[in-house]
Design a protein around this ligand. Structure first.
Ligand code: IFM
Length: 463
């Protein structure tokens, strides 16, 4: 195994998914509060109002993480907890919460990694137009600067955006995430404004002395289902939407030509001003990669193996390519129906090395939902999750051997939490949460991961 001594083995969460305390201390509404409270948007009508009540229990949660030997923790800051209406100096109470969390982590020997935007746009900014509005990019950079002013003396690692693909295409094109719109043009201008926000925030953070700044993209291995022209073109488009539309501007300072050509009939990415791409490609210190699965793509709407959730054109996030859909490729599935394909992670990482300028990479999320059962004697035997993480860590190790500058791995997630449109039904945590009692129980995977961390990444000894 090829993990160096300073390889980071961490765990990740996000504000809306765990904090709860939705009305505490003047916190404003986010687009997810409004979306989750809209009938029919989230399975079972679940909301993040209480979640795992981390806001009130953060000290216990840090103690659990410390007990597991976790040395690095990635959490996100709730924008409306800092700026209820998306602008201004920032609420003391909100800033203080993250300051106390940071102190608690540091006192427990855990390095904080802060994500500034994990999907919870203040509703007030959505009402002013949301990400399709250029102004939102500047609002984000200002908010980033406020948070950094308060935590920057102790936090060295900053992630601007988490998965802008989801914020743009799932939020504004397929409508399965907040704000739940189906407006292709809005989705496309959101892409540009999210990336502009990333560039502006990166400059603001760097100007204030931030040491490590990066962005997190959800990247996929994408293959055509066959070598037919229909399938290869569909796979090219999906690769464009999922990977290149975000990687190219950030790391190469340009949008992919083929995507600009395909999207021209929708007005491209909206108004792209001179200098925007320079801002977007402001040098970063690390690239965060979230990896979950490989997509095998067909362009044939009648393909017999279409993945269910992608059936139906209305649900497609792919603007102008509604027939580009995933087909099963025979791998075991997680509880969300995602194919488990660790080689896809290796493929994503080695592709980055082949096709993009060299940059330190951190896996900022990887993990799986399974239908966990809490036994009568208070254990969760989640062997499937252990196998999932072991196999993906092995893929990381192979990628390092192949020369990929991979510096760390954050397991998604430390705790069971609110899985967006799926509500609480899907469990990603290595720590089980009883949502009635808020009792936390480390699953077998947590105990296993703890051994991996303590051994410095030995996957053989950990089981
Ligand atoms: O829970 C999410 C997370 O918020 C973003 N990345 C994917 C995870 C699993 O769906």
């Amino acid at each position: 195994m090829s993990f160096s001594e300073d390889f980071v083995f961490g765990g990740a969460t996000a504000a809306y998914q765990i904090e709860g305390a939705a009305g505490a201390d003047g916190r404003g509404l986010s687009i997810w509060d409004v979306f989750a409270h809209t009938e029919g948007r989230v399975v079972n009508g679940d909301t993040g109002d209480v979640a795992i009540d981390h806001f009130h229990r953060f000290k216990d949660d840090v103690a659990i993480m410390a007990g597991l030997g976790l040395k690095d923790y990635r959490f996100s800051v709730s924008w409306p907890r800092i700026q209820p209406d998306g602008r201004g100096r920032g609420l003391e109470a909100g800033l203080d919460f993250y300051s106390r969390l940071t102190d608690e982590l540091l006192a427990a020997g855990i390095t904080p990694w802060v994500t500034l935007y994990h999907w919870d746009l203040p509703q007030a900014l959505q009402e002013a137009g949301g990400w399709p509005e250029r102004e939102t990019a500047q609002r984000f950079a200002d908010y980033a600067a406020v948070v950094h002013q308060h935590l920057g003396d102790r936090v060295k690692h900053w992630i601007t955006l988490n998965e802008p693909f989801c914020s743009s295409f799932i939020g504004y094109a397929s409508g399965r995430h907040a704000p739940g719109l189906r407006d292709p043009k809005a989705a496309l201008s959101s892409v540009h404004h999210l990336l502009l926000g990333h560039g502006l925030a990166t400059q603001a953070l760097k100007a204030q002395g931030a040491e490590q700044v990066g962005i997190t993209l959800n990247l996929y291995a994408v293959d055509p289902a066959s070598d037919s022209a229909l399938d290869t073109d569909a796979a090219r488009r999906v690769d464009g939407f999922q990977n290149r539309l975000f990687l190219d501007p950030v790391l190469k300072g340009r949008y992919p030509q083929d995507m600009l050509h395909d999207l021209a009939e929708f007005g491209g990415l909206g108004e792209v001003r001179d200098g925007d791409l320079q801002l977007i490609s402001t040098p970063i210190d690390l690239l965060g990669v979230n990896y979950y699965t490989r997509y095998v793509i067909t362009g044939n709407p009648d393909h017999p193996d279409l993945v269910g959730e992608r059936r139906g054109q209305l649900d497609s996030p792919y603007v102008g390519a509604p027939n580009a859909r995933e087909v099963r490729h025979g791998m075991p599935l997680t509880d969300l129906g995602w194919e488990i394909d660790p080689d896809g992670l290796y493929d994503v990482l080695t592709r980055l090395k082949r096709e993009y300028p060299a940059i330190p990479i951190v896996i900022t999320e990887n993990g799986a939902a399974f239908a966990d059962v809490l036994t009568d004697d208070g254990a969760v035997h989640d062997e499937q999750r252990i196998a999932y993480v072991r196999d993906h860590l092995a893929a990381c190790s192979r990628a390092i051997d192949a020369g990929v500058p991979l510096k760390g791995y954050f397991l998604w997630s430390v705790f069971d939490n609110f899985e967006w449109a799926e509500g609480y039904a899907k469990r990603f945590g290595v720590v089980h949460v009883d949502y009635e009692t808020q009792v936390r129980t480390p699953k077998d995977s947590a105990l296993w991961y703890s051994k991996v961390i303590r051994s410095g990444g030995s996957l053989d000894d950990a089981s």
